[in-house]
Each structure stands twice: as structure tokens, then as C-alpha cells.
Design a protein around this ligand. Structure first.
Ligand SMILES: OSc1ccc(O)cc1O
Ligand SMILES: [Zn+2]
Length: 261
């Protein structure tokens, strides 16, 4: 159990390597993306998101983020193309964010961080039998990262923020059906891609990262609702607000970041 695994007071990113030595590995995430140092690869095609038949199940507070989970018995909702050799099935999406007025994205662009970052997690069901098996394989997961920037209200994000009061405490879960995350995509699917890892323990080096260049715009008010969530469970006496649940950028260790265009 690595609850409080972000709050720096308790068991934050600097100590993860004691229990998870891979934290100091050669393909850790997130990273700082420096656009003019990325290599444009003409062989890198567009990504396609086939989410029209997707079936969300529930929304849950797992003690380090808020997660929307999907049914994944078949290829009803997949990401394909781009750097991927197979279609990858949508399993869940979750967010990372900062504190009041602080930025909280995980990836940064030329040292600049965004207010928040959305991760849509997919797994390679062609090569692996279960998500758990894929999560430990070098080509097991494909995570689509989308930056959130503050500005006007996002017209669909309220569908998520309106449900957050139901999952205030760590370990809480509530029904969340028929949500299609297509409504959270920016207009352009241009992206950067590189080989990395989960950004929370166990930090498996199993992620093909696809980070969209264009952020989506959400309001400070909408983002503030995420900060009403707690790292702590209902039975715990102290209440620790869920915020700053982002891992800082990790060493590139010679990796290439490719650009779609
Ligand atoms: O933060 S990135 C990330 C990716 C996959 C996953 O199963 C969990 C994660 O936290
Ligand atoms: Zn994440």
C-alpha cells in the first residue's frame, strides 16, 4: 500500500527507489520534452482512437488519483497507429494535478508544466492475456497523455467533476456508465512519443508514451474540484487533501523522443 505515496511529507517520489529500485532505471517517466530536440520521423503515422463503443464502468479514488475504469473484454475501444504495432485496449483513465495555483502536469515541455495531465491507459491484448501481464512487458502499455491548461470551463469535464464528491475518500468507488473520453480530446492529435514507464509505483518500464502537443482548456474552478478529493480513507482521522499527485521529470538516459509532425 503506497497511499500518501505522493505527499512529499510522507512517502513521496524521492523515496520510491527504496521499495522500487526501477525508479532509477533507464526508461522512467515522466520526462521534460524539448520540442526542437525531438526527431521528426516521417514513418510515424497518425494515431487513431476508436472509442465509439467504449463502456465505462465506474469512477474510483485509489489513494493516488481518481480513475475511470472501462470494460475491456474485446477491442471495443482501442488506440492504434502511430508508434504502435498492435491495437491497444482502453483500460482506464486518470489525472495528475497540482495544488491551488500550482501546476501539476507530469510531462513538461521545455521546462514548462501545465496545470494538470490526463492519462488514458491502454494495454496490448494481442500479445498479452491480461492487463497485469501487459503492465510488466516492455511493449505492454500505451498511455495517451493530454495536458490540461486553465482558461474557460471545459464543456464536458463537469461530467467527471460532478461525480468527484462521491469518491472523496481513498478506496471509494461509484458507478460511472456511458462516459466516452473522446469528449476530452483536443482538436489536433499531433504527438510526441517515447519509451517510458508508469509514473506511480510499481513504476514498471512498460509504457509506450504518446503525449499530445495540444492541451485541452479547463477552468480553475473545475480543476479545484479535483483538490477536494483526499489521499486518506474515510476511517482515518487525519484528512490529507489529494493534490500535487505528479511525479517530476526523470532523466532521459539517452532516449529519443519522436514527433509525429
Ligand atoms: O501515471 S501513469 C500510469 C499508467 C498506467 C497505470 O496503470 C497507472 C499509471 O499511474
Ligand atoms: Zn498517470
Amino acid at each position: 500500500d503506497f497511499s500518501h505515496s505522493f505527499c512529499l511529507v510522507c512517502q513521496g517520489p524521492p523515496v520510491w527507489h527504496k521499495n522500487y529500485p526501477v525508479a532509477q532505471g533507464n526508461r522512467q517517466s515522466p520526462i521534460d520534452i524539448i520540442p526542437h530536440q525531438t526527431s521528426h520521423d516521417p514513418g510515424l503515422g497518425p494515431i487513431t482512437l476508436n472509442y465509439d463503443q467504449c463502456t465505462s464502468i465506474n469512477i474510483t479514488n485509489n489513494g493516488h488519483s481518481v480513475v475511470v475504469e472501462f470494460e475491456d473484454p474485446d477491442d471495443r475501444s482501442v488506440i492504434l497507429g502511430g508508434p504502435l504495432d498492435n491495437p491497444y485496449r482502453l483500460k482506464q483513465f486518470h489525472f495528475h494535478w497540482g495544488g491551488k495555483g500550482c501546476h501539476g502536469s507530469e510531462h513538461t515541455v521545455s521546462g514548462n508544466s501545465y496545470a494538470s495531465e490526463l492519462h488514458l491507459v491502454h494495454w496490448n491484448a494481442v500479445k498479452y492475456k491480461t492487463f497485469g501481464e501487459a503492465a510488466t512487458a516492455p511493449d505492454g502499455l500505451a498511455v495517451l497523455g493530454i495536458f490540461l491548461e486553465t482558461g474557460d470551463d471545459h464543456r464536458w469535464l463537469h461530467m467527471i467533476t460532478d461525480a468527484l464528491y462521491m469518491v472523496k475518500f481513498k478506496g471509494s468507488v461509484t458507478d460511472f456508465k456511458a462516459f466516452n473520453p473522446k469528449c476530452l480530446l483536443p482538436s489536433s492529435l499531433h504527438y510526441w512519443t517515447y519509451l517510458g514507464s508508469l509514473t506511480t509505483p510499481p513504476l514498471h518500464e512498460s509504457v509506450i508514451w504518446i503525449v499530445l502537443k495540444e492541451p485541452i482548456i479547463v477552468s480553475e474552478k473545475q480543476l479545484g474540484k479535483f483538490r477536494m478529493l483526499l489521499f486518506t480513507g474515510e476511517e482515518e482521522d487525519e484528512r490529507i487533501r489529494m493534490e500535487n499527485n505528479f511525479r517530476p521529470p526523470q532523466p532521459l538516459k539517452g532516449r529519443k523522443v519522436r514527433s509525429s509532425n
